[in-house]
Design a protein around this ligand. Structure first.
Ligand code: ZN
Length: 151
């Protein structure tokens, strides 16, 4: 990993773990899901209020490691105010970035700062920490299952 990216990664992780954004319940959520990663002990509840296909409000609550919490925090910032189609594309890009062999050139052009988590790929056991909230997001939007477990 490039030195400056590594530094940014550490700063972001510390910052979002200590002060997670949108770490709250929201009123009248339209979509809710719970994500559990028993391997690490990460467990989050995700709340969304989607109106006219736009994420009007998002919040999450729960406990977990620094990776899962900081990814969740950054995800809420990335999806708020966005159209559901865009949100699903972000989700796909993030999960692809961590689970498939893709060239650096193709790595999630929509992801912005979220690409710093690409290094998590080098630690397969932590990939589930990083993708957990995105899986919960997928379930919440699809309303297929409100409980997601990585196991
Ligand atoms: Zn974890």
């Amino acid at each position: 990993m490039q030195k400056n990216i590594k530094k940014l990664y550490q700063q972001v992780l510390l910052d979002h773990n200590k002060n997670p954004r949108n770490f709250k319940l929201i009123e009248n959520p339209t979509h809710v899901a719970r994500g559990v990663n028993p391997l690490c002990g990460d467990e989050y509840q995700l709340y969304l209020r989607i109106e006219k296909d736009i994420v009007q409000e998002v919040g999450f609550k729960g406990e977990g490691c620094a990776i899962s919490k900081s990814v969740s925090s950054m995800m809420t910032q990335a999806i708020i105010g966005q159209h559901v189609h865009h949100v699903i594309e972000l989700k796909d890009q993030f999960i692809t970035m961590l689970t498939e062999e893709i060239s650096e050139h193709d790595a999630g052009h929509l992801l912005g700062h979220l690409t710093i988590f690409e290094s998590v790929k080098d630690f397969p056991i932590r990939v589930k920490c990083a993708t957990l909230i995105w899986r919960a997001l997928e379930a919440a939007i699809n309303q297929t299952s409100t409980n997601v477990s990585t196991e």
